[in-house]
Design a protein around this ligand. Structure first.
Ligand code: ATP
Ligand code: MG
Length: 611
């Protein structure tokens, strides 16, 4: 928890103590006890207030176990007090919100300790990697607000070094070329309860191993015929230590190395060495690598590497109602279930950006969820809370009617228009005001009118008066229907004395305020409403996506100030939510994506379902 509430509580309480006299006297003692109890209550109240008002304060990044561990190392002058981390994505997909957690952690810990963070492409498996992915990753890390400066590295640049170290292990009798098939290797590995069995090739001489390994590199063998394995312990309780494979044959060109290599290192072998070559001090990775740590340390101990990094594991981010597995995300893209990696429903950084998320909101979210040692699922509502919170402060308010209903103001002169002042952002007075045109024909939202209003419905209905935001009070006089009985137009009157939307003294105000646009001035637009990608809280491989996750509304009408809105500009559509101009939007064909609704309707629905 942040120390802010505690400090605030302390301050209040000591202030009380000061007023209550000398603590050494009896009276002072009693007063002191009362003050302490008051102090405790104050503390509880302030803490409660802060948690309610600012959920982001709990927990803060200052207290997590990784930062504590790093602080300990710095204090003990380990690595001469140096802190150097890395973010090591494999360029085999686009980054998602889980990666953002890792990016914020690695770059954050480095910055807080005046250290450095490298961006290292973990490009050791050429079959799935590409420049497109590499470029997207760089773009997304930069967009999130982090800078690797001149520290851009590629594991593939270490292939020569990795080869050299492999030769070193062979010469030391700590690695051998195995010629079992992949299936046999699996069978020989044993299980969690049974030890593994040694390969008959384990006793090959150093000379033979060196020759075979050389010939593997020369491309003399087919894929899968030989591998290089570490010679550790086939009876180890940790399966990762049962002679893990270090290098395999793969006749696949590499997107950076071309066809220079036909052998490629495994992640477990390449990673500790890459860390050591880059002088990384703290190698932060996700929990699934906890059991690999003894192997990580084995390489560091058994190779003449220039530094001694340590691996620390933390829980990966899981988010409800979505998936954060690259493989599953790739399937959604390749099977065209979504429109691409940057489909605004995707939890990718490019998807979130296109949807209207800000880097600040994502960083705040990562800060708020903290870093823990145990896996948990974070409710996606928390991510939505972070973006709402940020957009509330910064986005300009505009009026947009998503499902228009025509309103004719009968007592408003034909051909007359006027401009009314509208506040751009009530949260930010410096954002100023703008003019919105008003005329005889308007559009309001279809759902803001009911011919037979239920009890709690205070918006427009026959005979009822409502306020049009920044404009006038209007009263519905007549309902016009088409031949099938659908309401197609409302005939209304307005009260000229209510200009600006204010009631003159003594005049009652209507209960509802509606947004609207002037039909003669409004611009047509397409609006895309998004909902959660999955209906299931914890979708698995076979879960279908939520068929209602995308709702395209084509005949919307938006206020004319949006004419020059550029892709990725963000707005609050009054009463509707936060919206972002889509990348495909054009001046004469505007498209808006709904980033998030104004209030958390989902939480409400879920709550009512539980009742
Ligand atoms: P894979 O290795 O299966 O391709 P990955 O999601 O681990 O997928 P990487 O490119 O290896 O992808 O990830 C780069 C870094 O981001 C790693 O250090 C990884 O631990 C971290 N990372 C990946 N997913 C998450 C997540 N959901 N939460 C936190 N960190 C993550
Ligand atoms: Mg990985």
């Amino acid at each position: 928890m942040s120390d802010l509430p505690r400090r605030a509580g302390t301050k209040v309480a000591w202030h009380l103590l000061d007023r209550r006299g000398d603590p050494s006297s009896k009276e002072g003692f009693i007063n002191r006890r009362a003050a302490l109890s008051e102090r405790r209550q104050c503390y509880v109240k302030i803490r409660f207030f802060l948690i309610m008002k600012m959920p982001d304060l709990e927990p803060t990044s200052s207290a997590d176990f990784i930062r504590a561990r790093v602080a300990e190392d710095v204090k003990a002058n380990k690595n001469s007090g140096r802190v150097h981390t890395r973010f090591p994505p494999e360029p085999n997909g686009y980054l998602h919100i889980g990666h953002a957690k890792s990016i914020c952690l690695n770059f954050g810990v480095a910055a807080e300790n005046n250290g450095f963070c490298n961006l290292r492409f973990d490009d050791t498996n050429p079959s799935k990697e590409s420049v497109e992915y590499e470029e997207s990753i760089k773009r997304d890390v930069r967009w999130l607000g982090f800078d690797w400066e001149d520290r851009l590295f590629y594991a593939s640049d270490y292939f020569d070094k990795l080869y050299e170290y492999a030769v070193h292990l062979i010469k030391e009798g700590k690695a051998y070329v195995d010629s079992l098939t992949a299936d046999e290797i699996r069978q020989y590995r044993g299980t969690l309860t049974e030890p593994g069995k040694e390969s008959p090739y384990r006793i090959r001489s150093v000379r033979e191993n060196l020759q075979l390994f050389e010939r593997m590199r020369e491309g003399e063998f087919e894929d899968g015929t030989h591998v290089l394995r570490a010679k550790i312990d086939m009876a180890s309780g940790n399966i990762n230590m049962r002679d893990p494979v270090l290098v395999r044959i793969m006749h696949v060109p590499h997107f950076r190395q071309g066809s220079k290599w036909v052998i490629y290192p495994m992640y477990d072998y390449a990673h500790p060495i890459s860390d050591a070559l880059e002088d990384i001090t703290h190698s932060l990775c996700t929990l699934e690598f906890e059991d690999h740590r003894p192997l990580y340390d084995w390489f560091i101990e058994n190779l003449p590497v220039p530094s001694r990094p340590v691996q620390i594991e933390f829980a990966r981010l899981n988010l409800s109602y979505t998936v954060l597995s690259k493989r599953k995300l790739l399937t959604l893209v390749t099977e065209k279930i979504v429109s691409g990696w940057d489909d605004p429903r995707m939890p990718t950084l490019s998807g979130l950006r296109r949807r209207g998320y800000t880097p600040e909101a994502i960083r705040n979210f990562c800060d708020a969820i903290g870093v823990a040692k145990r896996d948990a699922i974070v409710d996606i509502a928390q991510l939505e809370h972070a973006i709402r919170d940020d957009l509330n402060k910064r986005s300009a308010r505009v009026m947009a009617v998503l499902r228009p209903l025509r309103v004719v103001i009968e007592n408003y002169p034909e051909n007359q228009t006027e401009e009314l002042d509208a506040v751009n952002n009530p949260e930010d007075p410096s954002a100023g005001t703008r003019k919105v045109p008003f005329g005889r024909v308007l559009y309001i939202e279809q759902e803001d009118f009911r011919e037979n209003p239920p009890k709690q419905f205070f918006r427009l209905a026959p005979g009822r008066e409502v306020r049009l935001r920044y404009a006038y009070f209007i009263t519905c006089k007549e309902v016009v229907k088409d031949s099938s009985g659908n309401v197609v137009e409302l005939r209304c009157t307005y009260d000229p004395a209510t200009r600006g939307g204010d009631a003159p003294a003594g005049r009652p105000s209507p209960k509802a305020t509606l947004h609207w646009v002037s039909a003669a001035h409004a611009l047509p637009a397409e609006v895309r409403l998004y909902d959660r990608l999955f209906n299931e809280e914890r979708p698995d491989n076979d879960s279908p996506i939520n068929p209602g996750s995308l709702d395209v509304i084509r005949a919307c009408q938006v206020e004319p100030s949006l004419k020059n809105a550029k892709p990725l500009d963000r707005f609050q559509f009054e009463r509707q939510g936060y919206f972002c101009v889509d990348l495909d939007s054009k001046q004469d064909a505007l498209i808006f994506n709904r980033t998030v609704t104004l209030r958390d309707t989902w939480a409400k629905i879920e709550k009512s379902l539980k009742k």
